[in-house]
Ligand binder design. Structure first.
Ligand code: HEC
Ligand code: HEC
Ligand code: HEC
Ligand code: HEC
Length: 314
């Protein structure tokens, strides 16, 4: 009897000991990860300060020079009211609005499109509204520069950047969004509307695409995806070979080059039902219809592509 109790007491102590060790290891590991993260952005800020000091002359503006000399590493952030979040991208992308950094290396380079930043003031829009990624993160990995499996907020790939313009600008012509215009044109030419709906226009063999941009990445099957498991890769691989990605789908592979695939992907990834409020919403003419039926549906009507039917009859 007593032996049993002793055993129990010992085993309880052992369990407690193991738990304490476990927690200690976790705390140490956590601390290392956090310290590494800090080192990363602090390292960029130190580098930035040194670069800036080389670019400016003390005698031109002694007070500014001294301010830069005394700069302490600090997290920089932009409050994005619309999404009730903050973007910390500028903690590392320190020269983004400074023309002096046009030829500097990343993450210090001036934005390639300063005009665009004037139209969308950085202090209001931040970066993630156009670029995606995780605004709160202060590490390269955490900001999601490279796709992370099943992570919803990967940075938007270079060739797909216009998908984000379409979130807010439904009139693609007004902002000269050539890739969205091209994508919408391909959608029409390839009779996609025979099987898909956008804003109530089209067929219903396939899913309604009206809010395709809002669909969570975890809703896609990635078993047959060759690249990283991100929604943008899924869409592009699906367009290149629907039957490999979604076995049994009636969608067929269309002959498209990579650029066309990117334009079509930008277009479907721009389709959101998310509303934006001022100052993020755009003004459009009262009689403007975003996805006009005549723009989406080819003259031949809503029938499934004739070639496809010929193929399945063989
Ligand atoms: C810890 C520092 C750090 C943070 C925070 C950070 N970046 Fe970067 N970023 C970098 C570095 C370093 C590069 C250059 C990487 C390279 O050349 O491979 C880069 C490159 C980029 C590029 C160029 C394309 C690419 O992927 O190479 C874009 C666009 C970009 N960042 C956007 C963002 C956005 C948007 C955020 C906020 C969500 C952000 N970055 C936050 C360090 C950072
Ligand atoms: C209004 C949308 C918009 C906003 C806001 C915006 N960008 Fe961009 N950014 C773009 C587009 C579009 C490009 C593609 C290049 C071009 O236009 O030439 C780009 C390009 C870049 C590049 C170069 C990418 C490469 O592959 O070389 C970096 C780095 C970058 N942006 C960082 C940022 C950061 C950091 C912020 C926030 C301070 C930001 N951007 C805000 C739209 C935006
Ligand atoms: C979060 C919403 C949002 C995103 C994303 C966005 N814009 Fe805008 N953009 C605006 C707002 C708001 C204005 C101010 C003009 C207005 O009210 O219509 C504007 C203005 C502009 C203008 C000035 C001309 C005009 O119509 O007034 C251009 C050009 C433009 N945007 C292009 C782009 C491009 C290109 C992209 C993608 C790289 C983009 N925008 C992404 C909201 C956005
Ligand atoms: C013959 C009918 C048919 C045609 C034509 C067709 N699709 Fe599909 N599409 C489907 C079906 C069914 C699915 C669902 C199964 C799958 O994942 O392929 C689908 C899936 C999709 C998806 C993923 C939707 C989601 O929510 O998972 C997108 C995006 C898409 N199609 C876009 C297009 C585009 C763009 C075209 C024109 C190039 C097109 N489709 C042509 C039937 C079709």
């Amino acid at each position: 009897m007593e032996d049993k109790q002793m055993e129990k007491a010992v085993s309880r102590k052992l369990t407690l000991f193991c738990v304490i060790c476990g927690v200690a290891v976790l705390v140490l590991m956590g601390a290392t990860v956090i310290r590494d993260g800090e080192r990363e952005w602090k390292h960029y800020q130190t580098q930035y300060r040194e670069m800036l000091l080389k670019m400016i002359k003390k005698e031109n503006n002694p007070t500014f020079y001294q301010r830069v000399e005394e700069m302490k590493p600090e997290i920089r952030q932009i409050v994005v009211d619309e999404w009730k979040t903050v973007d910390r991208c500028t903690t590392c992308h320190l020269g983004i609005e400074d023309p002096l950094f046009a030829n500097a290396k990343q993450p210090f380079t001036t934005h390639p499109n300063p005009e665009l930043l004037k139209q969308h003031p950085v202090e209001k829009f931040g970066c993630t509204m156009c670029h995606g990624g995780q605004g709160l993160a202060t590490t390269y990995y955490g900001s999601s520069h490279q796709p992370i499996d099943n992570w919803p907020i990967t940075l938007v790939a270079k060739g797909l950047m216009q998908s984000r313009c379409g979130y807010c600008h439904k009139d693609f012509e007004a902002i000269k969004a050539d890739r969205l215009i091209k994508g919408r044109e391909l959608y029409k030419e390839m009779h996609c509307a025979g099987c898909h709906l956008i804003d109530g226009q089209g067929g219903n063999v396939g899913p309604d695409l009206s809010n395709f941009a809002d669909k969570d990445p975890s809703n896609f099957a990635y078993e047959n995806i060759e690249g990283p498991h991100s929604k943008q890769t899924w869409v592009m691989e699906h367009f290149k070979d629907p039957k490999r990605v979604s076995p049994g789908t009636p969608m067929r592979a269309y002959a498209m080059n990579d650029d066309q695939v990117e334009c079509l992907t930008s277009y479907v990834l721009s389709l959101t039902q998310r509303g934006f409020s001022r100052p993020y919403s755009t003004k459009v003419k009262a009689d403007f219809v975003p996805h006009r039926v005549d723009a989406l549906v080819p003259e031949a009507g809503l029938s499934v592509d004739a070639e496809d039917e010929a193929g399945s009859n063989q």
